[in-house]
Design a protein around this ligand. Structure first.
Ligand code: SF4
Ligand code: SF4
Length: 91
């Protein structure tokens, strides 16, 4: 039996946030709450904010929690942060 995996080519740390344009209403609550000012309002009203400094994100999740529309903004954690630690089974 063989198992194959695929992976996206870009590093997660370079694209920490993604927006669903069909859900985001451009309220900019996420922009205002970010403590390191990664986001800028979109010049077009009603459109998702612009991620200006993705490398500065420290994945606090405040922007996602501030969003009033579930699914409009998603945080993509770096792979090493997605690791699930499980207890070691002793023989
Ligand atoms: S996760 Fe935190 S640091 Fe990153 S964009 Fe959202 S509010 Fe800013
Ligand atoms: S992602 Fe959410 S908080 Fe940010 S502008 Fe869109 S609707 Fe508002």
């Amino acid at each position: 039996m063989s198992i194959s995996f695929t992976a996206q080519t870009y590093p997660a740390s370079a694209r920490p946030l993604s927006f669903d344009e069909s859900l985001c209403m451009g309220c900019n609550r996420c922009v205002n709450i970010c403590q390191v000012d990664i986001l800028l309002p979109n010049a077009t009203a009603g459109k998702p904010p612009i991620v200006c400094y993705p490398g500065e994100c420290y994945y606090c999740g405040s922007c996602v929690m501030a969003c009033p529309v579930p699914g409009a903004i998603r945080l993509r954690h770096p792979l090493m942060n997605e690791t699930k630690f499980v207890p070691v089974k002793k023989p």
